[in-house]
Every structure is written in structure tokens, then in C-alpha cells.
Design a protein around this ligand. Structure first.
Ligand code: PLP
Length: 405
């Protein structure tokens, strides 16, 4: 018998580690399942239930047998509802420019696949969401991080300085994961102008369009001008707004040649997203949920303010940038470097996160994979009692550190 060997993986598979956030979330959940009193602040989803209108529409779709393949770009009513959703932000999308995908993640994957050639470069403002560089690398292109200035925002000058003759795409993500920063309309217009000047396509990930707080306001990049819309692919979906992460419905909205190419690709990769989930998303998008969504927004805003205030009392920790959106913030932990807990010296954000988990039972994500090596990402979406408990633990942990206990 020939020796048994595992199938050889392609180099591209070997280059893709599992998502750091998913790994930490899984570790925290496993600890909780084993009875440990851990508070999990790693989550990438709002801690609200899926809006009931979505679940109702899904049940109806099942009972009425709307369970067969749909058109590859999604059911026409949902494409229209998604276009209407976007156009409320001032864009002018036609439903034919919308492709419904299995989450914003698949929309990004398909968009990069149809836009990028091997060797192309994507300008990626740092800190960035963990999946972007891997989704880009899968196409043979390369992510070129652009370092932020004060407030964790990139400047047009920094983006311009990173442009080469291989630059093809500028990625924008506001509200941003992991920092929670929200770019103003003027800031986005100035960044988009760089794309216009250098003939770049803009991929604007607007998955957290609903989660904007205080005086900040959301701007959709494609609403800036028709000239900018022509070179923009808008990524979005229902995952975060309607607490529908598990339903896997997102979209790419783009000029017809890009939308058609994404549709053709999708017709081979998944045929289309789940018909049941598409009907659920349609239920959410067409119901009048303004009151419910507004309540959720003010609840999350309250949790955000509690978090920022409490972290202000934690020695060695500094909230960086203005976390005016999404449901995360980045805390700079360099102030804890050199101090000790359980006989271990903290020399990195990864050490900080590890000790916080093992000594204080709070899970946060170290920022290295977000290109924020001295920060940890804190997701403040958990219910208030748990959040306050976690923030107390963080404060006690850091106080013990700074007193050398
Ligand atoms: N884009 C960003 C910035 C995200 O944070 C996430 C999810 O965490 C996604 C895209 C993926 O969204 P979806 O669940 O719709 O695939």
C-alpha cells in the first residue's frame, strides 16, 4: 500500500490564517461553555435579536415554497429594496446595479475577484478589518497599508504618497472596523478625489451605515458626486443593521459592467444566496422599522459612552480616535507595557489581551491583525450589566498592574 499523505494544499491556502477575531471569539465562547465566568468583548455583531419582520418573512417563504434557486443577482424585489436603502443616503442606484450576495464578505470577495489582476495594489487605510488583506491576496493583488494620522484617520496626502503605477483600488470603510471612526463628508470627498486624480476604483465598505452616533453623520461615498459614483463599488448588507449576521445577506452596488461581472461570478460560485434569507432581508428592508432601529441605536450609543468613560479611568489605557460609529473602539495599551501580572511582563497588546483573559476573564482582540499592534479592539455591544462588569474588571486589572501587584 502506498504511504498515506494528506492532500497538498495550494500556496494560496497556506497563506490564509483563520480570522483572528473568529479565533478569539471561539476561544472566549469555549471558555464560557466550560463554565468560566468570561465576558466576551470580541464580538463582531450587535447583541440584539434579528428583527422579527425578517424571521416572519422567512417563515412565509418556507411555507409558500419559495425555496428554489433565485436569479443569480438575487430576487428583483430585494435588489430594488437594497437600492432604495442605499438611495436614502443620496445615491442614485438602479436595482440592476445591485447584486445580492451571501453577506458583505462575499460581496467583497467577488468584487476584488472581478476588479484585480495579479500584481495590482489596493490602498488600504490602516487600521483595517482583518479580512481585507486576505481577500485581496486571493486575487494575486497586494494590500498596501496607508498609515493613519492623528485620530486614526488617513489623510489624502498619505493616500496620494502610497499611489504607484500598480495602484488600482482605494478601499474606504466608514464607519470603520476596528476603530469605530467615522469620516466626515469633506474627509471622504478629499479621499475620493485622490481616486479620481489617479484613476482608481473605490471600494466603499458601508456595512455599518446605520451605526453612527452623536454629532457624527454617515456619508455614502457614491453619493458624493456622479463622477465618484461611476468609479465606486458600494458594499453593504443587512447583517449589522438588522442583527442578521447569520442570515448571510449583503450586496455590492456598482456600475453595470462590475455588477454584471459579479453576477456572472456568483452564478458559478454559489448560484445565489439562500432564497429564504433573501426573503427575510426583504422583510426587514421593507418594514417600517425606524422606531425600533432608532431605539437600538440609542441603546448602543449609551453602551459606547459608558465604555469610553470607564476606560478613561483605567490606567495605561487610552481610547484612540473618536469612536463615533460601528460598535468597536481601539484602546492603546502601550501605557501598560513594562508592568506585570501573574509574574509576566506586558510587552505587547497580545500580552495585554492574554493576561486580561486569563487574569481578569475579559476577552478582547489584540490589534496586530488589524495593523494596530499597540491596541486592543473592544466591542461594546454586550448588554449593559455585562459591559459594566467587564469594564470594572478591566479597570481593576490595570490598577493592579500599575501598582505592580
Ligand atoms: N465589512 C466589515 C468592515 C465588517 O466588520 C464585516 C463583519 O464583521 C463585514 C464586512 C462582513 O459582513 P457580513 O457579515 O455581511 O459578511
Amino acid at each position: 500500500m502506498p504511504a498515506r499523505t494528506a492532500p497538498r494544499l495550494a500556496a494560496r491556502a497556506a497563506a490564509i490564517p483563520p480570522s483572528a477575531t473568529a479565533a478569539l471569539d471561539a476561544r472566549a465562547k469555549a471558555l464560557i461553555a466550560s463554565g468560566a465566568d468570561v465576558v466576551n468583548l470580541t464580538s463582531g455583531e450587535p447583541a440584539f435579536p434579528t428583527v422579527p419582520e425578517a424571521a416572519r418573512a422567512a417563515r412565509t417563504a418556507i411555507s409558500e415554497g419559495r425555496t428554489t434557486y433565485t436569479p443569480a443577482a438575487g430576487i428583483p424585489e430585494l435588489r430594488q429594496a437594497a437600492a432604495d436603502h442605499l438611495n436614502r443616503h443620496g445615491t442614485a442606484y438602479r436595482s440592476s446595479e445591485l447584486v445580492i450576495t451571501a453577506g458583505a464578505k462575499q460581496a467583497l470577495h467577488h468584487t476584488f475577484t472581478v476588479l484585480l489582476e495579479p500584481g495590482d495594489e489596493v490602498l488600504l487605510p490602516a487600521p483595517y478589518w482583518v479580512s481585507y488583506p486576505h481577500l485581496i491576496a486571493l486575487t494575486g493583488a497586494r494590500a498596501v497599508p496607508v498609515q493613519p494620522g492623528p485620530g486614526l484617520k488617513v489623510t489624502p496626502g498619505a493616500v496620494r504618497a502610497a499611489v504607484t503605477d500598480r495602484s488600482r483600488v482605494l478601499l474606504l470603510n466608514s464607519p470603520a472596523n476596528p476603530s469605530g471612526v467615522v469620516y466626515s463628508r469633506d474627509e471622504l470627498a478629499a479621499l475620493a478625489q485622490v481616486a479620481v486624480d489617479h484613476d482608481l476604483t473605490i471600494v466603499s465598505d458601508e456595512i455599518c451605515d446605520h451605526w453612527v452616533f452623536g454629532r457624527a453623520s454617515f456619508t455614502s461615498v457614491a453619493a458624493l458626486s456622479p463622477e465618484i459614483a461611476e468609479r465606486t463599488v458600494t458594499i453593504g448588507g443587512v447583517s449589522k443593521t438588522y442583527a442578521m449576521t447569520g442570515w448571510r445577506i449583503g450586496w455590492a452596488a456598482a456600475p453595470a459592467p462590475v455588477a454584471d461581472a459579479v453576477t456572472a461570478l456568483q452564478s458559478h460560485t454559489s448560484s445565489a444566496p439562500s432564497s429564504i434569507s433573501q426573503h427575510a432581508a426583504l422583510g426587514a428592508l421593507t418594514a417600517d422599522l425606524r422606531h425600533e432601529l432608532e431605539q437600538r441605536r440609542s441603546e448602543l450609543d449609551r453602551r459606547r459612552r459608558i465604555t469610553v468613560q470607564a476606560l478613561g479611568n483605567a490606567p495605561g489605557i487610552r481610547v484612540d480616535g473618536d469612536p463615533d460609529g460601528a460598535f468597536f473602539l481601539l484602546a492603546d495599551v502601550t501605557g501598560t507595557y513594562g508592568s506585570q501580572s501573574a509574574g509576566r511582563t506586558i510587552t505587547s497588546a497580545a500580552d495585554f489581551a492574554e493576561l486580561l483573559l486569563t487574569q481578569a476573564n475579559v476577552a478582547v482582540v489584540p490589534g496586530a491583525d488589524f495593523a494596530a499592534p499597540h491596541h486592543v479592539r473592544i466591542s461594546y455591544t454586550v448588554p449593559t450589566a455585562q459591559l459594566r462588569d467587564a469594564l470594572d474588571r478591566i479597570t481593576r486589572f490595570t490598577r493592579a498592574l500599575t501598582t505592580g501587584a
